[in-house]
Design a protein around this ligand. Structure first.
Ligand SMILES: [Zn+2]
Length: 224
C-alpha cells in the first residue's frame, strides 16, 4: 500500500484520541487533531494561519475552507508522504466534501474512515465519571480508576471535582451536536465503501487490536 490516509470518527469519549496516538506510533504516520493544526498554523504564521487568526480574534468560527486549507498545507508536505491520521475533522458532510475535493486536487484520496463507536450511555458513564484534581489536573474515574479516598487526589491530596466539560448537560449537548452534525458522515462514507466500524465500547487494548486487524484487512484488499 502506498499511502494510508485515515480519518478517525466517533463520539466524544469513544477513546478516539487514545487510539489515534497508538496508531500514530504503530504506523509511524502524522496524527493531526484539527484544533492542533489550526493552532500550529497560527503559531507558524502560515498564510492560512493568518486568515484563521483573524476569525479567531473576532471570536468567529473558522470557515470550512480555511480549515481544509490548513489541513491541505500539512497533507501536501513531506511528513505526510506515506499518509496521515485525521482526528476531529471532517465534522460535517460539507467539510467531508471539501476535504475530498482538496485531496483530489493533490492527487490523493482517503484510504479508510475508522469509526470508533460508543453508545450514549457508555459515553455518559466514561466522561460523567471523571473527577479532576483542582490543583494539578490529575484525572480519576469513580468507576474505572477511583481514588483511595473519595473526593481526594491520591497524588497531592487536593480536592477532586467534576470539570465543567464533564457535567452531564455539557456531555449531553456534545452528544446531540455529534448526532446531528457528525453522524450523517457515517452514511456518507459508508456509501463510498470507506467506512470501517470498530466497537469502542471494548477495553482500550481490545479496541487497538481490532483496529490493527482492520488495517491489516485494508492492506490485503489493496494487494489484490
Ligand atoms: Zn492531584
Amino acid at each position: 500500500m502506498n499511502e494510508l490516509n485515515l480519518v478517525l470518527l466517533g463520539p466524544p469519549g469513544s477513546g478516539k484520541g487514545t487510539q489515534g496516538e497508538r496508531l500514530q506510533e504503530d504506523l509511524d504516520l502524522p496524527y493531526w487533531a484539527t484544533g492542533d493544526i489550526l493552532r500550529a498554523a497560527v503559531r507558524d504564521e502560515t498564510e492560512l494561519g493568518k486568515v484563521a487568526k483573524e476569525y479567531m480574534d473576532r471570536g468567529d468560527l473558522v470557515p470550512d475552507e480555511v480549515i481544509v486549507g490548513a489541513i491541505a498545507e500539512r497533507i501536501d508536505s513531506a511528513e505526510a508522504a506515506d499518509g496521515f491520521i485525521l482526528d476531529g475533522f471532517p465534522r460535517t458532510v460539507p467539510q467531508a466534501e471539501a476535504l475530498a475535493a482538496k485531496l483530489e486536487e493533490l492527487g490523493r484520496a482517503l484510504t479508510a474512515v475508522l469509526l470508533i463507536d460508543a453508545s450514549d450511555e457508555e459515553v455518559m458513564r466514561r466522561l460523567g465519571g471523571r473527577r479532576t484534581c483542582v490543583e494539578n489536573g490529575h484525572v480519576f474515574h469513580i468507576e474505572f480508576n477511583p481514588p483511595e479516598k473519595q473526593g481526594v487526589c491520591d497524588i497531592d491530596g487536593s480536592e477532586l471535582v467534576v470539570r465543567d466539560d464533564d457535567e452531564p448537560e455539557v456531555i449531553a449537548h456534545r452528544l446531540s451536536t455529534y448526532h446531528e452534525k457528525t453522524e450523517p458522515l457515517i452514511e456518507f462514507y459508508d456509501h463510498q465503501s470507506l467506512l470501517r466500524r470498530i466497537d469502542g465500547g471494548a477495553a482500550p487494548d481490545a479496541v487497538a487490536e481490532e483496529l490493527r486487524r482492520t488495517l491489516a484487512t485494508l492492506k490485503i484488499e489493496d494487494d489484490f
